[in-house]
Write a protein that binds this ligand. Structure first.
Ligand SMILES: O=C(O)c1cc(=O)[nH]c(=O)n1[C@@H]1O[C@H](COP(=O)(O)O)[C@@H](O)[C@H]1O
Length: 232
């Protein structure tokens, strides 16, 4: 039996005022929220603190990718906001991953530290375009193993790679999967997608869902329908 995944609603809005009406309709006991580059750049740490104060599990998705010292300090600053999860790019390499992990160790309560493997918008052709002559699955597994060996809690990948990652990294290694698309919804720039129900059946721990909710006529209803599809 698989446990139902926890859903992070991606608050991909241009500012706090645009995001807040949806936040007000969400139940913090049923889902979390993700703050990414657009909203964080506009609304900043204050907005993240406000979400945390409202009781939301917050995934701060800033995908840090820099030299080890810079990423370690950035991850530490994110942790001090009280977020539940923070991410870095696994392709920053082992020393960067270890430095990020190390930076959180003395905190009484630390966020989950997750590394992005291959963005869900990318295909094998895109990997070839950046000089990586491997399949998506090979690259995802390679980066997930590096992430795990560096002490992190899990990876961002597509739900399509869940099975191979569960085989290669075990079921306790957290999988965070964007690229979730309910049947009939627009794919947009995502390439490696799966429906919420199919992703739930894979035993994935965390789903990230943005536009199928934020662009829906009734975003709050879209959240409810997605959550109920996970148990169906
Ligand atoms: O780290 C992420 O959250 C992330 C990684 C990835 O590989 N793909 C990906 O889509 N995301 C984020 O997940 C969200 C997906 O949004 P939608 O495509 O609108 O559902 C966006 O906020 C992305 O920034």
């Amino acid at each position: 039996m698989t446990t139902q995944p926890f859903v992070f609603v991606a608050l991909d809005y241009p500012n706090a005022d645009a995001a807040w009406p949806l936040v007000e309709q969400l139940d913090a006991t049923q889902c979390g929220v993700k703050v990414g580059k657009e909203l964080f750049t506009a609304a900043g740490p204050e907005f993240v603190r406000k979400l945390v104060a409202q009781g939301f599990k917050v995934f701060l998705d800033l995908k840090f990718h820099d030299i080890p010292n810079t990423v370690a300090k950035a991850v530490r600053a994110a942790a001090e906001l009280g977020v539940y999860m923070v991410n870095v790019h696994a392709s920053g390499g082992e020393r960067m991953l270890r430095a990020a992990h190390e930076a959180l160790q003395d905190l009484p309560q630390r966020p989950l530290l997750i590394a992005v493997t291959v963005l869900t918008s990318m295909t094998e052709e895109d990997l070839h375009g950046v000089g990586l002559d491997v399949s998506v699955a090979e690259q995802v597994v390679r980066l997930a193993k590096l992430t795990q060996a560096s002490g992190l809690d899990g990876v961002v990948c597509s739900a399509q790679e869940a099975e191979i990652l569960q085989q290669q990294c075990g079921r306790d290694f957290a999988l965070v999967t964007p690229g979730i698309r309910p049947a009939g919804s627009e794919q947009g720039d995502q390439r490696r997608i799966m429906t919420p129900a199919d992703a739930a059946a894979q035993g994935i721990q965390y789903l990230v869902i943005g536009r199928p909710i934020t662009q829906a006529d009734d975003p709050a209803l879209a959240v409810k329908q997605i959550l109920s599809s996970l148990t169906a």
